[in-house]
Design a binder for this molecule. Sequence first.
Ligand code: C2E
Ligand code: MG
Ligand code: MG
Ligand code: MG
Length: 286
Amino acid sequence: DEAAREGLRWKCFDPASLEDAEWTMSLLSRLDYALETGQLWVAYQPKLDCVTGVTVGAEALVRWTHPEKGNIFPDQFIGAAERSGRIAELTRFVLEDAVSTASDINSSGRRFSIAVNLSATLLVGDAIVVMVRETIRRLRFPPELLILEITETSTLRSGTEAEDILRELSQIGVQLSIDDYGTGFSTLEYLKRVPASEIKIDRTFISMLHRSQSDRIMVNSTIQLAHSLSRKVVAEGVENAEILDELIWMGCDMVQGYHTARPMPKWALRGFLETSGTEARTKAIV
Ligand code: C2E
Ligand code: MG
Ligand code: MG
Ligand code: MG
């Protein structure tokens, strides 16, 4: 096919590119192998309440540690997993790890929520609804502590199957969160219609908040708008104390970012939870 021919042409001119092309072509079989052999794992990034500073939950972020390539980040394989139908299996793996990790944490009396990213390509048929329902039942997890993050895409237009699936998910009692808010197809209409309890403002609006007056205006008005629709607001990509202060002043509900904590393996999350509230700062672990 076209891609394979491209690969051959590269072979003549650029051996380095060939290596990349071969890698991409074999990515899927390697991904299957990675799922089977435990090269995939889940990192957790703490999410803090702006007012109390308490860690109220974490976001599960998939990681792939390849024996030769090292850490491969999700942006490099989620797309391929979506296109090839591996995303359901990958999501099942992440969901299982995430819910059992949160269950563990909550067994000592906490009310810790866990967020899992849901690809829009999963919003067809009833597989995802069955998967979510089955997982929380089996692990006896309070549904309201599971947050499913969905990105705004054109597939979520009104009257589509995706919209029905989101409604079914929210009827199970799990929370929905609109991820990367502000970068996609978000319209005011979308915000009103999607049964999400939370929006996450994309980090492109957050990272320069302390320097950019226009970002401040947009973020501030987004917070006000979300609050007037009874949605909670999370800021992602909070990288320094100045940004955090701005967000607190604006009335943002929760923050996530390198300033407070990087994504980390679950064993490190336990340690973080023990020390957080006492000005915890994590090193770059992942
Ligand atoms: P996302 O859901 O928007 O996740 C936030 C991303 O921002 C993560 O990248 C996180 O590591 C990064 N991040 C957090 N704080 C900061 C910060 O202060 N500064 C900067 N520069 N970055 C920060 P990551 O882990 O590479 O994930 C990228 C994307 O891949 C995610 O974006 C999500 O869309 C997708 N993804 C990750 N795990 C999964 C998964 O299990 N399933 C699906 N469908 N998608 C996933
Ligand atoms: Mg997310
Ligand atoms: Mg995001
Ligand atoms: Mg993102």
